[in-house]
Design a protein around this ligand. Structure first.
Ligand code: PLP
Length: 679
C-alpha cells in the first residue's frame, strides 16, 4: 500500500541482494553468486524483490502459520558445502504385522529433510499456493515463522504408540534459506521481543520466476532465554501464553516485517485466525481511525476448518498479560464474542473486518455460512487444490508427454488434463496408463522392500494427520470382516501413516488402536499385510498418493473442510474410496471410485465426537468387496484387462485434476478476492 500514488520504479541488484543477508561472506558466498542461488538462477529473485518494492504493482502478502514447501520431492536446492547431517533424515521405522521385519530393519531413504516448518495439510496447501503464484509470475510474498524445532519427530514404541521426540535441524545450513540482517521488534508486557527475519525463495516449475517467504524467528541473542523459545515448536499448545505469543509473532511481527522490507502490499491474505492480529497491528498504527473501513478492505481471510479446535479464542485477561493496552483495546473492538464478553475470538476478528472471506470447498463455504450467519453475505467458497508439478509421478508425467496431441503443454495449462477423456477408447493408452501406475507401485514396493509387498495385490493407502474426525482406525474396526473379504475375494495390503498432535491424547490413542489391530492380524500376513510408517511427511505423502491402487479417505462428514491428499492421488490415477465430504462432494457423481458411509444432511452440524464407527465400518466393508472384486477382475499379476471399468475410473480421476489444482485455485483467489482489495 503506497502512501503516494506515484509509481516507484526501483531497481534491485545482486549487490543490493547480498547486502541484505546476514553473514553472506562467511557463510553463503559459496552458494550465491551473480548467476546462481543455491544452483537455481538468481535473476528471478532480483525481479521478485523489485516488484515487491514497486508501488505500481499490486502485491499480495500471504500469511500462514506453516508452509510445507516439500524440497525433498520438488525443486530441491543444492548446497556447495556438505549438507549438515541434521538436515538429512532418512531412517523411518515401520510397524507391521510382519513384526520380525520391523525388528530387524528400518526404511533408509536418501533425502533432504523437508524444511520443517509445517505440520500437515494447511502448510502443504500454503506451500502449493506459493509454488503456483510463482508459476503464474505473480508478485506475492509469504509470511510465516521459522520453527527452530519444527513440529515434532514421531517415534513409535512397541505397545506404546506414538512418543513425540524433539526435532533438531540447522537453519544456517539449509539449502535455499538465508538469514537477513534486519530485526523487527514488538513491544510486549514481557519487554521488547526481537524477531530475526529469514527468507526462503519458492521457484516456478520452469525456474523463470520466484516468490519469497519471509520467516520470523525469535531465537536471537537479544531476547531472554524464554522468548528465544517462542518460535521453537509449531502449534505448541501446553499453555495459552505460548499460543498467544505465536499469533502475536505471525500477525504483528509479520506486518512489521513487511514494513521494514519496504514492500508495497496491496492485499493481506490471512490464513486461519492465526494471523488475525495483523489487523490489529494495522489499526493501531493508523493515524486517522475513521478511515479504518477503507484500510480493512485490503484484508482477506480464509477459514480452513469447521472443527471447533481450529478456531482460536483467548480470554482478554490472557491477552493483557502479553499485549500493551492500545492493542488489547483494538482486540476488544474487533474480536469480542459478545458486547460484554471477555473472550477474544480471532475468527470473529477476521470475519468482522476482512473484505472477503472464503471456505475451502463448496460444502465448507456452506457450513461456514451456517456457523456464522451474520456474515453469510461475505463468505464465498473457493475449493482447495494441489500443485500439479509437485505431486505428479514421473511415470504419469512421461505418459502425458507421449500424447502431446491430447495433453498439449499440460505443465503450463493443467486444465488440459481434462482432455484425457479423449483417450478413453484408446486401447494402447489404457494399457500404458495402467502400466505407468504399476511402475509407481513397484517403486513403492522396492522402497519398502524388506516387507515383501506384492505387485499383484490390491493395495490401499491412508495417510494424513491423525485427528478424531478423520477416523484413522475405521478400516480396522472389525478385523474379522477384512480377513473374510481377503479370503473370499483376494488378499489386501494396507499402508498407513500419520502424526497426532503431541498434546492430543485422543489422536495418540488412535495410533495405539491401529497398532493393536495390526497385532491381531499377525498370523494372517499373507492375506492382509498392514504397514504403518513412522514420521509422515511430504516425501511419504507423495510416495503413497502416487503408488497405491486405492486412496482411502474416511472423515466423518461434514468435518473435512476440503482434504487434499485425495487430489494428489487422482492426479496419478489412484482411485478414491471415500466418504462424501470436502472436495469429494463436488464430484460425487463423476465416478472416481467409490463413496460410502454417513451422509451429511446439509442443515445442521452434528457432534464431531459422535464418530459413527459401527455403521460406517460396515458400509466400508461392503463397498470394499466391490473394490476388490473389480480389482482382481482387472489384474491378477499377468494380463491386464484393458477394457475394465477400473481403468475408466482412473481416467475420470485424472480428468478431475484439471480442476483440483492450485493453478485454478490461485486464479480464483485472484479474481474473487485479491483483485477486489481497495486499500
Ligand atoms: C497432502 C498432505 C496432507 C493433507 O492431507 P489431507 O488429506 O488434507 O488430510 C497432510 N500432510 C502431508 C505430509 C501431506 O502431504
Amino acid at each position: 500500500m503506497s502512501q503516494n500514488s506515484e509509481t516507484t520504479q526501483q531497481s534491485f541488484t545482486y549487490h543490493d541482494f547480498i547486502a541484505t543477508i546476514d553473514g553472506f561472506a562467511e557463510r553463503y558466498a559459496q552458494d550465491i553468486n551473480e548467476q546462481y542461488y543455491f544452483s537455481f538462477p538468481l535473476q528471478p529473485i532480483l525481479e521478485a524483490e523489485k516488484n515487491l518494492l514497486n508501488s505500481g504493482i499490486k502485491s499480495i502478502a500471504y500469511f500462514s502459520m506453516e508452509f510445507g514447501i516439500a524440497p525433498s520431492i520438488y525443486n530441491s536446492f543444492r548446497l556447495n558445502r556438505p549438507i549438515s547431517e541434521q538436515n538429512q533424515f532418512f531412517t523411518h521405522e515401520v510397524f507391521s504385522n510382519y513384526w520380525l521385519c520391523d525388528y530387524l530393519f528400518k526404511i533408509q531413504i536418501d533425502k533432504m529433510l523437508d524444511i520443517p516448518i509445517y505440520g500437515g495439510g494447511l502448510g502443504v496447501l500454503a506451500g502449493d499456493v506459493m509454488k503456483s503464484v510463482a508459476d503464474q509470475g505473480r508478485s506475492v510474498t509469504g509470511v510465516g515463522i521459522l520453527w527452530n524445532k519444527g513440529y515434532f519427530k514421531q517415534k513409535f514404541w512397541y505397545k506404546h504408540g506414538q512418543i513425540p521426540d524433539e526435532l533438531t535441524w540447522d537453519p544456517r545450513s539449509y539449502p535455499g534459506l538465508v538469514p537477513l540482517n534486519k530485526i523487527v521488534t514488538i513491544a510486549t508486557k514481557e519487554g521488547p521481543l526481537h524477531l530475526r527475519l529469514w527468507k526462503y525463495y519458492v521457484y516456478s516449475y520452469d525456474k523463470t520466476s520466484a516468490c519469497p517467504i519471509i520467516l520470523l524467528d525469535s531465537n536471537c541473542s537479544e531476547n531472554s532465554l524464554t522468548l528465544r523459545r517462542l518460535t521453537d515448536q509449531l502449534y505448541r499448545s501446553d499453555e495459552v501464553w505460548w499460543k498467544i505469543f505465536q499469533r502475536v509473532i505471525l500477525g504483528i511481527g509479520g506486518m512489521k516485517a513487511l514494513e521494514i522490507q519496504g514492500y508495497n502490499i496491496h492485499c493481506y491474505h490471512l490464513n486461519e485466525g492465526h494471523a488475525a492480529l495483523a489487523l490489529v497491528e494495522k489499526y493501531v498504527h493508523l493515524k486517522d481511525k475513521e478511515k479504518w473501513a477503507q484500510w480493512a478492505s485490503g484484508f482477506m481471510y480464509t477459514c480452513h476448518t469447521p472443527v471447533a479446535a481450529g478456531h482460536d479464542r483467548f480470554s482478554l485477561e490472557d491477552m493483557e498479560r502479553i499485549l500493551p493496552e492500545e492493542y488489547t483495546q483494538a482486540c476488544q473492538l474487533f474480536g469480542r464474542e459478545r458486547p460484554s464478553s471477555s473472550q477474544i475470538n480471532l475468527t470473529l476478528m477476521c470475519l468482522n473486518n476482512c473484505l472477503h472471506v472464503n471456505g475451502v470447498s463448496q460444502r465448507h463455504g456452506e457450513i461456514t455460512r451456517l456457523q456464522f450467519p451474520e456474515f453469510s453475505s461475505k463468505i464465498q467458497s473457493i475449493t482447495n487444490g494441489i500443485h500439479i508439478h509437485t505431486w505428479i509421478s514421473e511415470n504419469c508425467a512421461r505418459l502425458f508427454d507421449r500424447y502431446p496431441d491430447t495433453f498439449g503443454d499440460w505443465r503450463k495449462f493443467p486444465e488440459n488434463l481434462a482432455k484425457i477423456t479423449q483417450l478413453r477408447t484408446h486401447q494402447q493408452f489404457r494399457r500404458e496408463f495402467f502400466e505407468a501406475h504399476q511402475g509407481n507401485k513397484e517403486n513403492l514396493i522396492n522402497i519398502l522392500g524388506r516387507w515383501k509387498l506384492r505387485k499383484e495385490v490390491l493395495t490401499l493407502g491412508w495417510a494424513r494427520r491423525i485427528a478424531g474426525y478423520k477416523r484413522p482406525a475405521l478400516i480396522f474396526h472389525n478385523t474379522q470382516q477384512i480377513l473374510r473379504i481377503a479370503r473370499e475375494i483376494g488378499p489386501l495390503q494396507i499402508i498407513l501413516s500419520g502424526k497426532a498432535h503431541p498434546n492430543d491424547n485422543i489422536g495418540a490413542a488412535h495410533i495405539d488402536d491401529i497398532l493393536d489391530h495390526i497385532d491381531q492380524l499377525n498370523g494372517h500376513r499373507n492375506l492382509v499385510r498392514v504397514l504403518i510408517l513412522e514420521n509422515y511427511d511430504t516425501y511419504f505423502g507423495k510416495l503413497l498418493t502416487n503408488s497405491v491402487d486405492v486412496w482411502l479417505n474416511n472423515p466423518l462428514p461434514p468435518f473435512e473442510a476440503s482434504g487434499t491428499s485425495g487430489m494428489k492421488a487422482i492426479l496419478n490415477g489412484v482411485l478414491q474410496l471415500t466418504t462424501l465430504d470436502g472436495w469429494v462432494a463436488e464430484v460425487f457423481d463423476h465416478d472416481i471410485g467409490w463413496i460410502f458411509g454417513y451422509r451429511y444432511g446439509g442443515t445442521e452440524i452434528s457432534d464431531e465426537k459422535q464418530l459413527r464407527l459401527d455403521e460406517d465400518a460396515q458400509a466400508l466393508y461392503q463397498v470394499l468387496r466391490e473394490v476388490a472384486g473389480l480389482y482382481y477382475k482387472t489384474y491378477r499379476g499377468k494380463e491386464i484387462h484393458v477394457s475394465s471399468p477400473w481403468i475408466d475410473k482412473m481416467i475420470n480421476c485424472v480428468c478431475e485434476s484439471a480442476f483440483f489444482n492450485t493453478h485454478r485455485m490461485v486464479h480464483e483467489y485472484n479474481k474473487k478476492m485479491w483483485a477486489n482489495a481497495i486499500a
